[in-house]
Design a protein around this ligand. Structure first.
Ligand code: GDP
Length: 366
């Protein structure tokens, strides 16, 4: 699966947000037995109206959305890169996630702030600085080792060395490794991933605001939005406290009424989940039949056999071909039979690059 790590300074609302996510996951778990819940990990369904539309056409007995995993990564304090607090564990946990959700306190109020005042831009810099220091330390050590191996004519070391040096320069300049990404080709990006840097991961800023600002945000969340835009990152506005309350409401009518009172069209978590999904650069494909309609996830750029492998490793190993109907065609032709009759079903081979919204049947040898 694909996952996002939730980070931020103490007392910014991470646990509140995470608990709202897991409460949502727990509610879903009743419907989808494959939703598992672990202490610091919550798997939640990715809302996708296309799946409901497909299920309706195919009269599917079950609807199974795709999922994304959120990991609560507690323990960041100033000095983490020097091993302060739970520093090392914290950094190791971030290393393992695909993307970072950075919660920033944008609510005033009684709650104590570790830095003494509410300032999300400063907080973002505090966290980012720790991550950049940890990356610089790691990449400098890596360069020493790579230089040694490169002198011994090691091919991989020779390839990695230039990118490691470029990253070190960026970090020394006080910038995160991800600013390099737009300048890199696919091969260089792969090399950058091998360096396993914390600041090379995509980031989504979550502005945690008070209840009355849940719909429109506030002056602080606007500052964060501007900072995010400068970095080519995204930000979303959420009131974690409100989300925790929404997550407790099991009756759909109560939920709708509460959302309306708040001026919200949907729970902030739905927004967050979709933004997290975009952040991971994933796309969704579907399998649809009378038994179930199901959404699946692959990384953008994946080929048909890899998508088949998401369903079962045997599908990938024995892959013969994929029969696919684009979502729009499936809907326009009112289902599989209509799409086939209209010549909208394509037969694709192992080099086919999966498109968002493909409705697949895979053919394979066992
Ligand atoms: P963490 O240390 O980042 O996990 O922060 P917590 O989730 O434990 O929240 C710290 C404190 O802030 C708690 O007392 C929460 O009730 C409070 N808090 C969290 N989110 C909000 C919010 O949206 N509005 C307000 N007013 N308080 C919040």
């Amino acid at each position: 699966g694909f996952n996002c790590g939730i980070v931020g300074l103490p007392n910014v609302g991470k646990s509140t947000l995470f608990n709202a996510l897991t409460a949502t996951a727990a509610a879903e778990a009743a419907n989808y037995p494959f939703c598992t819940i672990e202490p610091n990990t919550g798997r939640v369904a990715v809302p996708d109206p296309r799946l409901d539309a497909l299920a309706k056409i195919a009269k599917s007995g079950k609807i199974l959305p795709t999922q994304i995993e959120f990991v609560d990564i507690a323990g960041l304090v100033r000095g983490a890169s020097k091993g302060e607090g739970l520093g090392n564990q914290f950094l190791a946990n971030i290393r393992e996630v695909d993307a970072v959700i950075h919660v920033l306190r944008c609510f005033e109020g009684e709650v104590t702030h570790v830095e003494g005042s509410v300032d999300p831009i400063r907080d973002a810099e505090t966290v980012e600085t720790e991550l950049m220091l940890a990356d610089l330390d790691s990449v400098e050590k890596r360069i020493v080792a790579l230089e040694k191996r490169a002198r011994g004519q090691d091919k991989e070391a020779k390839e990695l060395l230039p990118i490691a040096q470029r990253v070190a320069e960026v970090l020394r300049d006080g910038k995160p490794a991800r600013v390099l990404l737009p300048q890199l080709d696919a091969e260089e990006r792969r090399q950058l991933r091998l360096l396993q840097l914390l600041t090379a991961k995509p980031v989504l800023y979550v502005c945690n605001v008070e209840e009355e600002n849940a719909a429109a945000g506030n002056a602080l969340s606007e500052k964060v939005a501007a900072m995010a835009a400068e970095q080519g990152a995204e930000s979303v506005v959420i009131s974690a406290a409100i989300e925790a309350e929404i997550a407790q409401l099991t009756d759909p009518a109560d939920k709708a009424e509460f959302l309306e009172t708040l001026g919200l069209e949907e729970p902030g978590l739905a927004k967050l989940i979709r933004a997290g999904y975009r952040l991971l650069d994933l796309l969704t494909f579907f399998t649809v039949g009378p038994k179930e309609a199901r959404a699946w996830t692959v990384r953008r750029g994946a080929k048909a056999p890899e998508a088949a492998g998401e369903i079962h490793t045997d599908f990938q190993r024995g892959f013969i071909r994929a029969e696919t109907i684009a979502y729009d065609d499936y809907v326009a032709c009112n289902g599989e039979t209509g799409a086939k009759e209209a010549g909208k079903m394509r037969v694709e081979g192992s080099e086919y690059v999966v498109k968002d919204g493909d409705v697949f049947h895979f053919r394979f040898n066992v």
